[in-house]
Design a protein. Structure first.
Length: 479
């Protein structure tokens, strides 16, 4: 019965999304329904840590092809992270979409996306994972399309096209593995598949890397994020991109196993692509003037930090990748919400037009500064713990590890160069702004951002807790 409860994580947001679609509730009821759905999903995800420890079969097609949900440390970690960031982003959306006539659709598709992501988190084999992965793409597509402008339609179909192509590569790789790939996920790899089939593995991780924004399949990300509403951008960058990362983790450590991948051309190629993407994304972000597009290019770079850590195939690198998943999700979601608050309250969309905004929106811009410092990797903020572990893991590698260390340090400098000038312009513009001109948003928009900022500060102050969490996720994956 406990394992049957795993379905609640999928069914709860699915049920409430259908209620919103059918009854189209007014603002107050819509707020109550959405809040109830996301908060209960979050609480249920936490409860699973204590009550679920097995596998649940949803459907059985053949003896080897089944749809299953399974509880593991990785599942719990991802489920809690996904539901927490979704909860805060949708609370922010209550005020952000106050005058949006189509806001019920935004909330309904957001809950559908949440349901798909929860299915991804608890997927027990690659067949289940892939079906939820495709469902997540289809459910999140309307989030990019939401405003209905020509630019948003173009961005949405670009997102869909790249996502389908990437998923197709992953599916082709799975087909090359045969039915053995649909066996239950196993820490260290599935014994029934041919782990020497490096091409199959490479196609799978390359396909999943599309959703994670890695070159050469990263072009959708800086196009889609700026066109989506800010709450959707927050979950797109902070959470939905992590579906691709989760696909790489499952393929590498739960299907093939780290030993089968180590010292293959697949590992080398993925490391090279990740290192190149880190540098490329940072440079493009540095040159970009549009606020949300700069943050989107930043995501291209920061997500490849995770892929780099995973492809090191050592414990330290893996722990760094897990911490980067956590802190990037919270930090980048918070930064997109900050950008959304600025655009919503002031109409400013460019980074070179933010002079004096720190006096008009002190809470938002202070949180933006804290989140920026975390993204750079400045102690004692959370991002520092992730970067430190990644650098430590890279030191265990040979040439590519050393190149990676150099690029990570250059990327950190570039991140400072494209984020900190925003803070400098906002707070030190040399212009006086009276209190009457303050345009700070209300609690719906400020509280989620404050909570995210407080998290990266507290988590960075007590990093051992999260280092232990990352080590527990890594347990059993390395011999």
């Amino acid at each position: 019965m406990n394992n049957l409860a795993m379905l609640l994580a999928v069914l709860l947001p699915l049920f409430f999304s259908l209620v919103i679609f059918i009854f189209k509730p007014k603002s107050c009821r819509l707020t109550v329904l959405t809040s109830f759905a996301v908060i209960i999903t979050f609480l249920v995800s936490i409860a699973y840590v204590f009550y679920c420890d097995g596998t649940l079969t949803i459907a059985e097609f053949t003896d080897t092809m089944k749809l299953t949900l399974s509880a593991s440390t990785l599942s719990f970690f991802m489920a809690i992270l996904v539901s927490a960031v979704f909860s805060l982003s949708l609370i922010f959306a209550f005020e952000y979409t106050k005058h949006d006539e189509n806001k019920s659709k935004l909330f309904a598709f957001s809950l559908l996306t949440l349901a798909s992501l929860m299915g991804l988190c608890f997927a027990g084999n690659m067949l289940t994972f892939y079906l939820f992965y495709e469902a997540m793409t289809l459910c999140s597509f309307p989030l990019v399309l939401h405003t209905g402008t020509k630019a948003s339609r173009k961005a949405a179909f670009k997102y869909l096209g790249f996502s389908v192509f990437g998923a197709g590569l992953a599916l082709f790789g799975m087909m090359l593995c045969g039915e053995g790939v649909f066996a239950p996920f196993s820490a260290g790899g599935i014994k029934s598949i041919d782990t020497s089939n490096t091409l199959a593995y490479f196609l799978m991780v390359l396909g999943f890397s599309c959703k994670a924004g890695m070159f050469p399949l990263s072009q959708w990300l800086p196009t889609a994020h700026p066109e989506a509403p800010a709450p959707a951008s927050a979950v797109l960058s902070g959470i939905i991109t992590k579906a691709g990362i989760l696909g790489i983790i499952r393929s590498t450590f739960f299907v093939f196993g780290a030993d089968a991948v180590r010292e293959t051309y697949a590992q080398t190629t993925m490391l090279i692509l990740a290192i190149f993407t880190i540098f490329m994304g940072s440079m493009l972000a540095y040159k970009e003037k549009l606020f949300k597009k700069r943050l989107a290019y930043s995501s291209v770079s920061q997500l490849s930090y995770v892929i780099f850590g995973l492809m090191l195939l050592n414990v330290q690198g893996f722990c760094g990748a897990i911490l980067q998943i956590l802190f990037h999700a919270v930090t980048k979601a918070g930064l997109f919400l900050c950008a959304g608050a600025v655009i919503h309250q002031s109409g400013i969309v460019r980074t070179d037009e933010l002079y004096g905004l720190g006096k008009k929106m002190p809470i938002i811009m202070t949180c933006f500064t804290l989140l920026s410092l975390s993204l750079i990797g400045i102690p004692p903020l959370g991002g520092f713990a992730a970067k430190w572990n990644l650098l430590s893991g890279a030191m265990e590698m040979d040439v590519l590890g050393m190149v990676g260390i150099g690029v990570l340090l250059i990327s950190a400098l570039l991140t400072a160069f494209y984020l900190l000038p925003i803070t400098a312009d906002a707070f030190f513009a040399g212009k006086t702004v009276s209190k009457e001109e303050r345009i700070e948003p209300n609690a719906y928009m400020t509280v989620p951002i404050i909570l995210m900022s407080a998290f990266v500060l507290i988590a960075g102050t007590f990093p051992n807790v999260f280092n232990s969490l990352a080590a527990s996720v890594a347990g059993g994956l390395f011999v």
